[in-house]
Design a protein around this ligand. Structure first.
Ligand SMILES: [Zn+2]
Length: 397
């Protein structure tokens, strides 16, 4: 029975056995060859081969359909994946006025996706009940075994401490102080994993997006707020209280306006899309969305372009500081502002180069920080919530 064995190898059992190490690497990375598994786990080829034979016999690992991982000459390597029937996981993104849910299997295929509105200022208890109901309905509708659910990953719009408490400065103020484990644990009764939305977004970009294969990078998110994440050696840094990568709350102007976090002149006040949106609305004399402003800019509207260019320049200045501190090989721009593509990227890169320590001209290509648009600007946090479970990050119990 592959289900129980997979659960034990992935969630509950001794993580040090070769079988457990192989299953965890496959859960993190999806389809792999035996040679890639050996490299990723650091196990000898012969150990991997013996363990894989057992895992294939028990049905935990299968040959991936239609694929080989071979490049170059010779016989292509067999592509292996976890058996999608062996387990499923749920990702939840708690947003401003509701949540999104995705169900995926352990071979990284999305099975189901849904958005549920709860209205502004919904309480944590209400969210927990609604999430439970939505998971039950999703499993029933898709004829999935409820017992196959190996874990629920939760993305929160605010800093989350490593023990699962939502910190102040959450986009949803009502959630500050909420203990995710206490709120969701008794209702869901599954292993629960949680982290903030930007950290989840970074996990999605690392697993399937613009940072695939890159173990060191920074994610910089420009949306209603400005957020970010720092990934070092494949691990998202959370910080001692959960606020690592909160780039939006670096002080740019100590005498500036008051921020929702209680400090003055935070980067978020100047580099999120709140200010350009307000300016666009004033100019056009009507309510607008940021998507509309971006669409106008892409059509060539001079005023809208200027608003996005200015945002890019300020964001690049903030990123320049991050460059001086971390000097990452890669910066991925996420959030809805990233939909502006080169319109935001070009002024951002120019400002980054102007304000950071190591300039492009100082070093050759290999040592330059590459700045690129993320692959997932709309559903990164949601996919990353699934990634929390698959990568075993932010486990709360
Ligand atoms: Zn702030």
């Amino acid at each position: 029975m592959p289900l129980n064995e997979l659960k034990s190898l992935l969630i509950d059992g001794d993580p040090g056995t070769p079988e457990s190490r192989i299953v965890r690497v496959m859960s993190e990375r999806g389809t792999l060859s035996a040679a890639q598994i050996a490299t990723a786990t650091g196990l000898a080829r012969s150990t991997v081969s013996t363990a894989l034979a057992g895992l294939r016999r028990s049905g935990v690992v299968i040959e991936a359909a239609g694929g080989d991982t071979g490049k170059g000459v010779g016989r292509p390597a067999t592509a292996l994946a976890l058996n999608p029937e062996a387990g499923t996981c749920v990702g939840i993104h708690l947003g401003l006025d509701g949540f999104r849910l995705v169900v995926a299997d352990v071979s990284h295929s999305v099975i189901f996706e849904k958005t549920e509105e709860l209205g502004r200022d919904y309480t944590p208890a209400r969210a927990a009940t609604a999430v439970k109901r939505a998971i039950d309905a999703a499993y029933a509708e898709n004829s999935l075994r409820r017992s196959g659910l190996i874990g629920v990953g939760i993305s929160v719009s605010g800093p989350v401490s490593p023990d699962g408490v939502v910190q102040r400065a959450s986009i949803v103020p009502l959630w500050a102080g909420t203990d995710i484990r206490q709120t969701f644990g008794p209702v869901l009764q599954r292993p629960i994993f949680a982290d903030n939305e930007s950290n989840c977004a970074a996990i999605a970009e690392m697993m399937w997006g613009a940072a695939t294969g890159c173990e060191d990078f920074v994610l910089f998110k420009i949306d209603v707020g400005v957020g970010g994440a720092i990934v070092h050696r494949g691990q998202v840094m959370t910080g001692v209280a959960g606020s690592a990568g909160e780039f939006g709350h670096m002080t740019i102007d100590p005498d500036g306006e008051l921020c929702r976090c209680g400090n003055r002149g935070c980067l978020e006040l100047y580099a999120s899309f709140v200010r350009p949106l307000a300016l666009a609305e004033r100019l056009h004399g009507r309510r607008m969305t940021m998507d509309e402003v971006i669409a106008l800019a892409l059509e060539g509207d001079v005023g809208s372009r200027r608003l996005i260019e200015d945002t890019g320049a300020i964001a690049g200045r903030g990123l320049g500081m991050i460059g001086a501190i971390i000097n990452p090989p890669l910066i991925v721009i996420g959030g809805r502002m990233a939909l502006a593509g080169d319109l935001i990227l070009e002024p951002l890169i120019a400002a980054y180069d102007k304000h950071t320590l190591i300039k492009r001209r100082d070093v050759d290509e290999a040592k330059r920080t590459r700045i690129t648009i993320g692959r997932f600007t709309q559903n990164d946090a949601l996919l990353g919530a699934v990634g929390l479970v698959l990568r075993h990050h932010g486990r709360l119990g």
